[in-house]
Write a protein that binds this ligand. Structure first.
Ligand SMILES: Cc1cc2nc3c(=O)[nH]c(=O)nc-3n(C[C@H](O)[C@H](O)[C@H](O)COP(=O)(O)OP(=O)(O)OC[C@H]3O[C@@H](n4cnc5c(N)ncnc54)[C@H](O)[C@@H]3O)c2cc1C
Ligand code: FES
Length: 491
């Protein structure tokens, strides 16, 4: 058994409080059904309710707990180094459009927090991308020029205000950070208070055409003229998104600190291995949140070692106390670092909207996505339609499937708290031994497209190395694109 310090789970979810929305039951209708209660789905739903349109939102788990609730929740238009790359590869107009969409997304979040009095620890902070190498400093200078070209005020500093050596930093003043889980809980309350219907623990197991669109859960069905698949990675789309994106995970640790002013600002390193740093708080007190470098989901057989390395790095570089929280979080990268949002096939599948591929910058991008989708449903033109075009060309070699990293010969090779995959002919069985020594078996074939899962020895989950589905040790779905649990299996 790998014993890592800290409570398992995101530090933000702890303080977000219970939500208590009911399960979907029976057959109901609305103009729009939103699948997924993260930042994209709730932004779409609230904007539609503000326009007086009927909305039903179905969430597979609980509001606030998934990718948004596990992020570092920096509300910023500074997305590490991006504007130089966007200008060089996609042109100045696209880079400006990206800047405008994210500025609008960030502004909308702050407006709603004020308007709906959402208590989510919003704090104004500067954002810094920092370098630790000479080349990194040159990149910072180039990024500052690019940021100015798209309309931002960007300053280059000789060093970042951090307690370790840096060779320079790019500073955007007047950005913000918040508790993302509390924000989502507040958005859901605003949707419900305005007459929208929100359902939890209601996973969409089928999304298909019937009259117009139909979303089916274990307990009920929603019929609607528009369906918005806001499930982080699409669980269904008229144009496949799984091969246009690459699932990437990060490890996150929240440390106790004595003084909340120990670090002032939000930081992201641009040299390898990169780290992301911000302050925050849970119900007990102030925290320092530190993230490690990304890795392909399900393609690392020892995620626990990443936590050990991250803790070592933090202890060597930052004034941290005990580990209070630890978690993994996953988002999807795209080849050009721009998300895919919109109606993938308006002719054959009108009213089918998707949003995915946020490249770990989906707080502002995800809000812009929700605004754009809602506006499309309201019949309003969006200036970001071309930017986020979900059918734009992409290089086929971008997406890489992986193999299970957990193949073992027999259950004797599986220690308490560990998991392994046993292959017998065509049968692959995922076996987990609990702390008492009892073995639990499920099929190791992912219910999305059949790849063989890997045991995540830090989160105790089965992670798919192809498109990033994550299953609990008992096989139930935590994260899509899978919609169904791993099948039961016998040893
Ligand atoms: C480690 C990390 C740090 C990050 N930090 C930042 C940051 O500082 N700033 C920033 O801008 N971005 C950040 N991001 C990115 C950002 O958090 C995400 O891009 C964004 O939150 C994605 O929102 P979402 O609505 O797509 O996903 P989610 O929040 O995951 O919402 C999707 C919802 O859909 C539900 N769902 C899935 N399948 C079904 C189904 N079949 N039926 C019903 N419901 C379903 C899920 O349960 C979930 O609640 C970070 C990402 C990571 C991984
Ligand atoms: S997520 Fe696609 S095969 Fe597992």
């Amino acid at each position: 058994m790998v014993n890592l310090p800290g409570n398992r789970g995101s530090c933000w979810v702890d303080g977000a409080g219970p939500t208590g929305y009911s399960l979907l039951e029976g057959s109901i209708h609305a103009e729009t059904v939103v699948v997924g209660g993260g930042i994209v789905g709730l932004t779409t739903a609230l904007r539609l309710r503000e326009a007086g349109r009927s909305v039903i939102l179905v969430e597979g788990l609980q509001i606030g707990g998934q990718v948004t609730g596990g992020s570092t929740a920096k509300i910023t238009t500074q997305h590490a180094l991006i504007y130089r790359q966007l200008i060089d590869r996609c042109g100045l107009a696209t880079a400006r459009s990206y800047a405008e969409a994210n500025s609008a997304g960030a502004a909308q979040i702050k407006d709603w927090i004020r308007e709906y009095a959402i208590d989510c620890d919003l704090e104004r902070k500067a954002a810094y991308s920092y370098a630790t190498s000479a080349n990194g400093r040159e990149d910072i200078v180039a990024e500052a020029e690019a940021a100015r070209q798209v309309g931002f005020e960007a300053r280059v500093l000789d060093r970042a205000p951090l307690p370790f050596e840096t060779t320079g930093a790019l500073c955007f003043a007047d950005q913000a950070q918040f508790n993302p889980a509390k924000y989502l809980v507040g958005l859901a309350r605003a949707v419900a208070d305005r007459g929208g219907r929100v359902f939890e623990r209601s996973r969409a197991i089928l999304v298909d055409e019937a009259s117009r669109w139909r979303v089916v859960t274990a307990g009920g069905t929603v019929h609607a003229e528009h369906v918005v698949v806001a499930t982080n990675i699409t669980v269904k789309s008229p144009v496949g998104m799984a091969n246009r994106t690459q699932p990437r995970c990060h490890t996150a640790l929240a440390f106790r600190v004595d003084d909340p002013r120990v670090i002032d600002g939000m930081f992201i390193g641009i040299d390898d291995p990169t780290h992301s740093i911000r302050t925050g708080r849970d119900g007990t007190g102030p925290l320092l949140v530190v993230l490690g470098p990304k890795f392909d989901t399900g393609q690392d057989g020892n995620v626990a070692a990443r936590f050990v390395a991250l803790e070592d790095w933090a202890r060597n570089n930052l004034p941290v106390g005990d580990v209070a929280w630890r978690w993994c979080n996953e988002d999807y990268d795209t080849t050009d670092r721009i998300p895919y949002v919109g109606e993938p096939d308006p002719e054959k599948a009108p009213g089918f909207h998707i949003a995915t591929g946020f490249n770990a910058w989906g707080i502002s991008n995800g809000t812009a996505a929700g605004i754009m989708i809602a506006d499309a449903i309201l019949g309003l033109a969006s200036p970001w339609r071309n930017l986020y075009d979900p059918t734009r060309p992409y290089p086929k070699e971008f997406h890489k499937n992986g193999d299970s990293q957990s193949i073992v010969r027999s259950t004797d090779d599986i220690g308490p708290g560990e998991g392994g995959v046993i292959v017998r002919g065509d049968h692959k069985t995922a076996v987990w031994r609990d702390g008492d020594g009892t073995l639990h078996a499920v099929s190791a074939s992912c219910t999305h497209k059949g790849c063989t899962v890997t045991w995540n020895n830090a989160d105790c989950t089965w992670d798919c190395p192809c498109h990033g589905s994550i299953f609990a040790a008992d096989g139930s779905v935590i994260h899509g694109p899978a919609r169904k649990p791993l099948a039961p299996a016998e040893l």
